[in-house]
Write a protein that binds this ligand. Structure first.
Ligand SMILES: [Cu+2]
Length: 352
């Protein structure tokens, strides 16, 4: 509150000084037209344009140098490479075009600055020039869009070829639950209307559907490396979004319908922990955490890399913490883990 008052006083004082200066200026006898830019003013503005050009190039280079490290590490899914390539090519084109157009824009602003007695040339149009600056963006954009559509169609082709593992991701405020199809790899029918918390039927499985008996419900997502996974997303309450950044995957979870996404994990958690970018990130994070620990602040335990499933729709007050750990492991490790899990039939309480 004090800060706001101080700021208000400062602003008011500034306005008062400005007004007083104006009154003083108005009271002076005018000898020259001070409001109209003269050659010196125009020259300064021309130089300022150049300075601004250097500033935007500088800040671009600075941002690339300093912040590239916060980008995601190499993709951990089969389709991720293609997706990243599309993004980097788009970045490169944008960077190249902005580098040239900004230079031209500011150079011409400087070159043709106002000068006493100089008159602008009347130049109606030039068909060839207009053709060139229309056709180049058309070709480049059409290429990018077509490539994007092709990539999108490839990624979004959810089918049952190659014996995919079927996994349901169930979103609710504010946590995730995963469900596997069990031995038959078929998910039992479910509806939010059948949820029975007292009997531990938390996902609303339809008990009359035998496919659901061997379903496995978990709070930590395990995936075997190299096997395609078909995700079926459901939401209990509001819009959520299942976001698995390391796998370049995201799909909205919509109440009342099942949405799908499919990908093949290609790098195990163990392998990813050895990735140079990840090693660096862990080092940086733990350096900050060590400082926190020294200050006695919470959440300062050393961190270890894990894949995560995050919610990417602002779905309520604890949205920020809506996440689930994902472990990508070898098929043997996965099968061993799966064998230790209990099925829906084993965990649900008998009906009275
Ligand atoms: Cu959410």
């Amino acid at each position: 509150m004090t800060a706001l008052l101080t700021l208000t006083v400062l602003v008011l004082v500034a306005i008062a000084i400005w007004q007083m200066t104006k009154i003083f200026e108005l009271s002076q006898l005018k000898t020259e037209k001070a409001e109209i830019a003269n050659d010196t003013d125009n020259k300064y503005n021309g130089y300022l344009l150049f300075a601004f050009l250097i500033f935007i190039y500088g800040i671009t280079i600075f941002s690339f140098a300093k912040y590239t490290k916060v980008l995601l590490p190499e993709a951990s899914s089969a389709h991720g490479g293609e997706y990243d390539q599309l993004m980097w090519v788009s970045f490169a084109i944008i960077f190249f075009v902005q580098f040239i157009t900004q230079a031209l824009l500011h150079y011409f602003g400087y070159k043709y600055r106002g000068e006493e007695g100089k008159k602008a040339l009347f130049y109606a149009d030039n068909d060839r020039l207009e053709f060139i600056w229309t056709i180049i963006p058309v070709v480049v954009l059409a290429g990018l869009i077509l490539w994007g559509l092709y990539t999108w169609t490839n990624i979004m082709d959810v089918n049952d070829e190659d014996d995919p593992l079927i996994v349901e991701l169930y979103a609710q405020q504010f946590n995730w639950t995963a469900r596997y199809g069990g031995d038959d790899n078929v998910l039992g029918d479910a509806s939010v209307r059948l949820i029975d918390i007292d009997r531990a039927n938390v996902l609303g499985l339809d008990e009359s559907d035998p496919n659901g008996d061997d379903d496995v419900i978990v709070k930590e997502l395990h995936l075997p490396v190299g096997r395609k996974v078909n995700f079926k997303m459901r939401s209990q309450d509001v819009l959520h979004s299942a976001y698995m950044p390391h796998f370049r995957a995201q799909m909205n979870c919509v109440p009342g319908m099942i949405t799908q996404f499919s990908f093949t994990p290609t790098v195990t958690t163990e392998e990813m922990r050895l990735n140079p970018d990840v090693v660096e990130k862990v080092k940086r994070t733990n350096a900050i955490r060590a400082e926190w620990a020294a200050e006695g602040r919470p959440n300062s335990d050393p961190w270890e890399f894990d894949y995560v499933l995050l919610c990417n729709k602002i779905c309520g007050k604890s949205h920020y913490n809506m996440q689930m750990k994902i472990i990508v492991e070898t098929e043997e490790e996965f099968n061993k883990w799966m064998a230790e899990q209990t099925t829906f039939k084993q965990t649900v309480a008998p009906a009275e």
